[in-house]
Ligand binder design. Structure first.
Ligand SMILES: Cc1cc2nc3c(=O)[nH]c(=O)nc-3n(C[C@H](O)[C@H](O)[C@H](O)COP(=O)(O)OP(=O)(O)OC[C@H]3O[C@@H](n4cnc5c(N)ncnc54)[C@H](O)[C@@H]3O)c2cc1C
Length: 439
């Protein structure tokens, strides 16, 4: 597909949920724009996730305000393909100007004049503004401790699809956020011996007193939290909508057959060593879990809500053997471990963005997505404006703020002083005029 237009007011890069939300707001406000997507709409939901993945939040919550899922129960969890289909339908609803199969290769600020020149796989475009909506999770990160060579299969969670893809034998899953716990659970249920390396994590209850945790985080103002608590910048959240949605409970996973281990420290000659922090990491997760229950109880009491008591939620199972006598090391071959799955997160990649808005660590400088480089905007990044920013519902609200900013900037640039207005009036009286140049 070719890029038909060679200039546009605003170019949006990426047609995931962020690019679509941005396009909706700009369409409503009458801002001419184009969305370029190198693959298909919502490609990461379509092919960048494992086969059985369902949304972490229920369908009533993990969606945009203006469209419900028509094929998923409100309290159910949409499959990854249903989420992708939802965004395709959403884009169609307002006829979003999306060109798929076009990659943006470079964005450069124009010298001595406004706007940017954008090289794409289908030609060059000029734009006054560029919204970077290329995702919060772009480049899978495998830490440098990963063993080199050897005959162990190693993949990142981004490349995991299903248990059949792995060789016979046990698996070490490194990382116990939402991806790691769900993949470990799936592999253990498929009959594999699984070791799960657990670091620091938040662990909200799936539901409490009849309400999903998404509801609790909403009414308690947690999704709107604007700053990360110091020291908690990288804390991952362990939740799952799998099999109807259950609380992630590490002790239950251990009683089910998964061997929990501490943070993965190093690999040496086929032997992996673990930090002695398993009990502490689980205890902190419990603390986070109980803090939410307490805050929910206080909210119920303060507002006189009629929500059922839920004493069972406070029952914490006994510590399993792997917690009381944690492994400090594991000889992978002797344990029959033939693969490692790195559920260790992602980084962003802005190599193609040749503009002056990055700090010394390469992180974009911006305020609520409005970058230091006038005309460049970021959308969909974690904590762009608040905790919910990288999630489906949160990105829609951030997009609205950026669209408002774009409209305001356009108004400034449209401003003409009195002499310019008089000159324009004279022109229109006599002949058509383009920017004070009479035809
Ligand atoms: C395993 C997993 C599960 C998740 N589950 C949930 C959930 O249940 N609920 C929730 O709210 N959030 C969830 N998220 C978080 C978030 O919603 C997703 O990561 C979502 O895909 C982010 O949407 P996005 O539009 O910001 O970015 P993406 O979906 O990553 O879209 C960015 C798009 O930009 C395109 N692109 C990139 N570079 C270029 C370029 N140079 N030129 C053209 N196109 C380009 C990509 O092809 C891609 O389609 C999950 C994340 C992961 C990793």
């Amino acid at each position: 597909m070719t890029v038909e237009r060679t200039s546009i007011d605003t170019l949006i890069v990426g047609a995931g949920q962020a690019g679509i939300a941005m396009s909706e707001h700009l369409s409503k406000l009458g801002v001419p724009h184009l969305v370029l997507e190198r693959d298909r709409i919502a490609e990461r939901w379509r092919t960048g996730r494992w086969d059985s993945l369902v949304a972490n939040g229920p369908a009533w919550h993990d969606r945009f305000p203006n469209l419900e899922f028509d094929d998923v129960d409100q309290d159910g969890f949409a499959s990854k393909d249903q989420v992708a289909d939802y965004f395709v339908a959403y884009a169609r609803k307002f006829d979003a100007p999306i060109r798929t199969g076009v990659e943006v290769k470079k964005v450069v600020r124009n010298a001595g004049r406004q706007g940017f020149t954008i090289d794409t796989s289908e030609g060059t475009i000029e734009a006054n503004r560029v919204v970077v909506a290329t995702g919060p999770f772009q480049r899978p990160v495998i830490p440098p401790i990963a063993p080199k060579g050897g005959n162990i299969t190693q993949i990142h969670s981004a490349d995991y699809h299903n248990p059949a893809q792995l060789p016979e034998g046990g698996v070490l899953v490194v990382g116990a956020g939402s991806s790691g716990v769900q993949i470990a659970d799936e592999l253990q249920r498929a009959g594999k011996q699984v070791y799960l390396s657990v670091g620091a994590h938040d662990r909200p209850p799936r539901a409490y007193r009849g309400r999903d945790f998404c509801w609790w985080l909403g009414v308690l103002g947690e999704w709107d939290a604007e700053v990360m608590r110091p020291g908690r910048e990288h804390v991952t959240i362990a939740v799952s909508g799998a099999r109807g949605g259950q609380t992630v409970d590490f002790r239950r996973l251990a009683h089910q057959g998964i061997t929990l281990v501490g943070l993965t420290k190093s690999f040496d000659d086929g032997v992996v060593t673990f930090e002695a922090d398993l009990a502490e990491n689980i205890a902190r997760g419990d603390e986070n879990y109980l803090t939410l229950l307490n805050a929910a109880d206080a909210y119920v009491a303060r507002n006189g809500l009629d929500l059922p008591d839920d004493p069972e939620a406070r029952i914490i199972p006994a510590d399993p053997e792997c917690m009381t006598h944690p492994l400090s090391e594991l000889d992978l071959a002797k344990a029959g471990v033939t693969s490692i799955i790195w559920a260790t997160g992602y980084a962003v990649d802005f190599n193609w963005l040749d503009v002056d808005t990055f700090d010394e660590k390469g992180k974009p400088r911006h305020q609520r997505g409005v970058s230091k480089e006038p005309g460049i905007y970021f959308l969909g990044l974690p904590w762009l404006s608040r905790r919910g920013s990288a999630f489906i519902w949160g990105v829609w609200h951030d997009a609205r703020h950026i669209a408002d900013h774009i409209v305001t900037q356009r108004k400034y640039l449209e401003y003409r002083d009195a002499s310019q207005r008089r000159a324009e009036d004279r022109c229109t009286e006599s002949a058509p005029c383009v920017h004070n140049v009479c035809a």
